[in-house]
Design a protein around this ligand. Structure first.
Ligand SMILES: *Cc1c(COP(=O)(O)O)cnc(C)c1O
Length: 271
């Protein structure tokens, strides 16, 4: 995988996270339109399943086309990795349902994208997640006062859609980190071309890649990017540090599937 972090944005935009040599020298990422991948033989399958060898098994877990997209956006955004999902609302929901898994509170402004407001008001409570709204997210005293022991994240839009209000990411990240919680930023509106929230301390970025990142208006999609800096081991987020379940191969070797921060599953060593 080519990270090309030393290159300029326009070069990364075309090349980051994709190596033509791994794809029959195709300069553009081919569309791998397949659900599953042939693993050759059982020895090979075992290596991929236990994570000692990189490989694709099933497109819900990972797919080379989607992987190129994830790698590229992670590079452009300055994150360590990314997970692509089916829409921007899926990205918002995955990120927040994962951090507040099992119940908890999220702090968010009232001037969000309408579908996010709808989800926070009418769907999240059904999963035991309560959103504490603040009218002005840059009223730092109000944000501090809203933080409770079961608050799991501060969620903002860097540039709100449609009000274009701008969140002070640096101050909000400091306040969130003092409380041991992450700052999750919906950076759909500016895209990493105009603003990289990680440069100002954000922990997770979410995007509707239906919008400006896509640029073509021909696909609905979303992506979640991890800055890789937040300490998920601080006791508030056991879901990210506990093993969900363990499978064993016939030879009795454990194949551990662990919870990934986005709520998906991965085979250790696959990335
Ligand atoms: C459009 C949008 C979303 C939702 O994205 P979809 O791809 O339509 O699900 C979320 N946040 C912001 C800021 C948006 O503009």
């Amino acid at each position: 995988m080519i990270k090309l972090t030393e290159n300029k944005f326009d070069t990364q935009r075309l090349h980051a996270g994709y190596d033509p040599k791994e794809h029959l020298n195709s300069p553009l990422p081919p569309i791998y339109q397949t659900a599953a991948f042939a693993l050759g033989d059982t020895d090979e399958a075992e290596k991929v399943a236990e994570g000692s060898k990189e490989g694709f098994t099933y497109s819900r877990v990972a797919n080379p086309t989607v992987r190129a997209f994830e790698n590229r956006i992670a590079a452009l955004d300055g994150g360590i990795d990314a997970v692509a999902v089916g829409s921007g609302m899926a990205a918002v929901s995955y990120a927040l349902l994962s951090v507040a898994e099992g119940g908890g509170r999220i702090i968010a402004p009232t001037n969000l994208y309408g579908a996010s407001i709808d989800a926070f008001q009418s769907i999240f409570p059904k999963f035991g997640i309560h959103v504490d709204f603040v009218d002005d997210i840059n009223d730092f005293e109000a944000v501090k006062a809203a933080i409770k022991t079961d608050t799991k994240a501060v969620f903002v839009e860097s540039v709100a859609n449609p009000s274009t209000d701008i969140a002070d990411i640096e101050q909000l990240a400091t306040i969130a980190h003092q409380a041991g919680i992450p700052l999750i930023v919906d950076n759909t509106f500016p895209t990493p071309y105009l603003l990289r929230p990680f440069d100002f301390g954000a922990d997770i970025d979410v995007y509707s890649s239906t919008k400006a990142i896509n640029g073509h208006g021909n696909v609905v999609s979303g992506i979640i990017v991890d800055h890789g800096k937040f300490d998920w081991h601080n006791g508030r987020f056991p879901q990210f540090t506990e093993n969900e379940f363990t499978l064993e191969t016939e030879a009795g070797k454990p194949v551990i599937l662990v919870a990934r921060w986005c709520g998906g599953l991965y085979f250790p060593g696959s990335d």
